[in-house]
Ligand binder design. Structure first.
Ligand SMILES: Cc1cc2nc3c(=O)[nH]c(=O)nc-3n(C[C@H](O)[C@H](O)[C@H](O)COP(=O)(O)OP(=O)(O)OC[C@H]3O[C@@H](n4cnc5c(N)ncnc54)[C@H](O)[C@@H]3O)c2cc1C
Length: 409
């Protein structure tokens, strides 16, 4: 297993990926259908991922993790999502709250908690969304007010993944007068904080094995050092988490599409209709060709986004939105088409396609729905365009000509 003291090399990355692929094929895949039968936390899958050192790859080296480059993380996530959404969600989700803790907690708290999160001894959850504030984060209504030498938190958080098993919550709440995202701060709240309670598991369409629940904060008291980072810096602190989560969703969608596609291709080589194999029909071949090509294009986008992240490029958030938008919309389409190729069997629980298709839907909604990412990308395109001067187009000259002739551009 990779140790925190070791730097990643091409060889150790390849070895880790090979272990993740073998774990997915031999252990996680065969138990995925059973995990999907009931929506309690997939503890056995979680333990396997911890034992293989995969959970630790999301945590900083200085705090007991083995922080893998994103180019390796996306390949591990892809390999696990190819067989099981819950497993992939555990890989992407364990560092969701862990990273703001590592980046924003006092050195003493971070040194105590983060190594235990990296080893899988503790669980954390990231509590941002509320009933009236999902896409529109600036509309968050949860509050944090100073009282004595601590903080008092009030509000209700909704859809919080792993809340049923979390020992610690990163809660984003409004702590001052500033409107929008600038007034938001992040707090580290233990499960046993007075005033914090977790609702029952909320039944959902897919992603069994990673339950969600509401988190209630009713006068929840935390000490002064529960503030993560600076006051009003909650969203800035969460930025890295959100980018990583978006790339993670893209990699999950990619892996799941790959898995569904492999099963459909196998099926098309065996199933016979009209006296020949399904795959011999040209319409089916073209479906398979389109899927294979688009999955490979999505893979290129996800991998290149991961490499931009590793290089610390400033425009990574836009590329993360592109990767998430493209891979998750494709994932929905591919799982639907693959189920179609299985015909009636695809609709049965006996086959995994219906699970893959139900799971695909969440990736288009969580961590910013597709429409929100389109807006993010579109706004960036227009900002970039303001500085563009295409050599074949001279709008200044055009506008000057129009002005001379009394017209408008
Ligand atoms: C299974 C699951 C797990 C989750 N886990 C977590 C978690 O761990 N922590 C957490 O904090 N949150 C979590 N979430 C919440 C998730 O991030 C939100 O559901 C998501 O951001 C969308 O917010 P919303 O549901 O409030 O939808 P809304 O914001 O109400 O949007 C509804 C629809 O309208 C569209 N829409 C909204 N505004 C616009 C616009 N301006 N233009 C065009 N279309 C628009 C959206 O794209 C969406 O399709 C989870 C959700 C689910 C379902």
């Amino acid at each position: 297993m990779h140790a925190p003291s070791e730097e990643w090399t091409a060889r150790s990355e390849a070895a880790m990926l090979a272990r993740a692929v073998a774990l997915a094929d031999r252990e996680i895949g065969p138990r995925a259908a059973a995990v999907a039968e009931q929506d309690t936390f997939a503890w056995e899958t979680f333990r396997l991922l911890c034992a293989e050192g995969i959970v630790a790859t999301g945590f900083p080296r200085a705090l007991g993790g083995t922080e893998a480059p994103m180019r390796l993380r996306v390949r591990i996530i892809e390999a696990t999502a190819r067989v099981c959404s819950a497993a992939a969600s555990i890989v992407t989700g364990t560092d969701l709250a862990g990273r703001p803790i590592a980046a924003g907690a006092s050195p003493g708290i971070a040194a105590d908690l983060v190594p235990r999160l990296a080893r899988g001894e503790l669980q954390s959850a990231f509590a941002l969304t509320e009933r009236l504030a999902g896409s529109d984060v600036g509309g968050l209504a949860s509050t944090a007010r100073r009282e004595g030498d601590g903080w008092v938190l009030d509000g209700v958080k909704r859809y919080i993944t792993r809340a049923p098993v979390a020992d610690w919550f990163v809660v984003v709440a409004r702590s001052g007068e500033a409107r929008g995202a600038r007034g938001l701060s992040a707090f580290l709240v233990p499960r046993d904080a007075p005033g914090l309670s977790v609702g029952p598991i909320q039944p959902k369409m897919g992603w069994a094995g990673v339950p969600i629940a509401e988190v209630f904060l009713r006068g929840a008291r935390v000490p002064a050092d529960a503030l993560l980072g600076r006051e009003g810096g909650g969203m800035a602190l969460a930025q890295d988490t959100l980018v990583r989560a978006r790339v993670g969703h893209a990699a999950i969608a990619l892996g799941r599409a790959q898995g569904a596609f492999e099963m459909a291709a196998q099926w098309c080589g065996r199933r016979r209709t009209f006296g020949t194999r399904l795959g011999e029909h040209q319409g089916v071949q073209w479906m398979l060709a389109d899927m294979a090509t688009r999955i490979e294009a999505a893979r290129c986008l996800v991998y290149s986004c991961a490499e931009r992240y590793d290089r610390g490029e400033p425009d990574v958030p836009t590329y993360a939105s592109m990767a998430k938008l493209h891979a998750t919309d494709l994932g929905m389409q591919v799982t639907t088409d693959c189920l179609q190729l299985f015909g009636g069997n695809g609709y049965l629980k006996e086959f995994p396609l219906e699970r893959f298709m139900r799971d695909a839907k969440l990736n288009q909604i969580g961590e910013g729905a597709s429409e929100i990412h389109k807006s993010v990308i579109g706004r960036q395109v227009l900002r970039d365009a303001a500085a563009m001067r295409h050599p074949c187009l001279d709008l200044d000259a055009f506008e000057a000509r129009m002005a001379d002739t009394g017209g408008a551009a």
